[in-house]
Design a protein around this ligand. Sequence first.
Ligand SMILES: NC(=O)c1ccc[n+]([C@@H]2O[C@H](COP(=O)([O-])OP(=O)(O)OC[C@H]3O[C@@H](n4cnc5c(N)ncnc54)[C@H](OP(=O)(O)O)[C@@H]3O)[C@@H](O)[C@H]2O)c1
Length: 303
Amino acid sequence: MDFSKQKILVTGALGMLAADVVPLLKARGAELVLTDIREGEREGTAVVPLDITKQAEVTACVSSERPDIIVNCAAYTRVDDAETDFATAFAVNADSVANLARAARQNQVKVVHVSSDYVFGGDDPEGTRSEEYREDEVHAPCGLYGFSKHYGDELLCGILPEAHLIVRTSWLHGIAGPNFIDTMLRVGKERDMLRVVNDQFGSPTWSGWLAEVICSLLENDAVGVFHASATGTISWFDLAVEIFAQASYQTKVEPQTTEELGRPAPRPAYSSLSKDKLKEMLGDVCIDWKESVAAHLRAKGVV
Ligand SMILES: NC(=O)c1ccc[n+]([C@@H]2O[C@H](COP(=O)([O-])OP(=O)(O)OC[C@H]3O[C@@H](n4cnc5c(N)ncnc54)[C@H](OP(=O)(O)O)[C@@H]3O)[C@@H](O)[C@H]2O)c1
């Protein structure tokens, strides 16, 4: 696929992942229509308001803009809030994906959607698993955010079986939105010691890398579900230790259990994703989790 011949509608264009996706699509020559729930600007291009929970608005926008591809970067990502504000979480993460898919089907548009490792782990509360999740495994979400993402995936596959690309990722960190690495850098400056969860295992994902992967999958006309995260399975504790080591902070890190932290939403104890299918399509594109951290710190000018 040649990007210079594509018109691409991006939803959630003011979000963290979109901050990396939009410049790459632009650099490859795609014609862009940028939208989000709020108006704004991204990369010198106006972001126009489009609430994807509204089917009529979505249909009108897709019918008038007639894009070749929709890249859905919009989401409700506040995992703990989703436990109480589940109506909004489901409206944005599930119903809206169906809204986009229906409008896309009417206009022969491909939909690229981003899923989450939180669709897994509900059947493994003790974290006994040590085998990476493949794309074809049955979902077992453990919280309402995970359920909302699960239904979004299912609806998209059902409505657009031949024209969807789902890129499922985990522990996403980019410089344009709230994320674990920036939280550690901020809190680590204020405190000598931090306690960080040591019983949830997964893989971080540098948003700049994920944006490259999404573009490469599009270039390869990929259809279906692909897992994409850094290689290596670690705990949040391991990640915090590595962030402080690379950033030359003296902050000490002590392990803590999920139960001690006591967050409202349950989280997968193990959610590492297999990249075999991604590597089959794109070759050896994966980066190690320490490089994921390093890329973030370089982009922020910390190292
Ligand atoms: N962050 C992670 O750790 C993580 C992990 C795995 C997968 N993912 C997935 O990766 C994708 C990108 O995540 P992200 O962290 O870049 O998300 P983000 O920074 O929260 O960006 C999402 C954008 O969508 C907008 N939005 C919310 N409701 C909307 C609506 N009704 N209509 C249109 N736009 C709406 C948000 O606006 P407001 O900010 O005003 O709400 C925000 O600008 C999501 O699908 C997420 O589920 C994320």
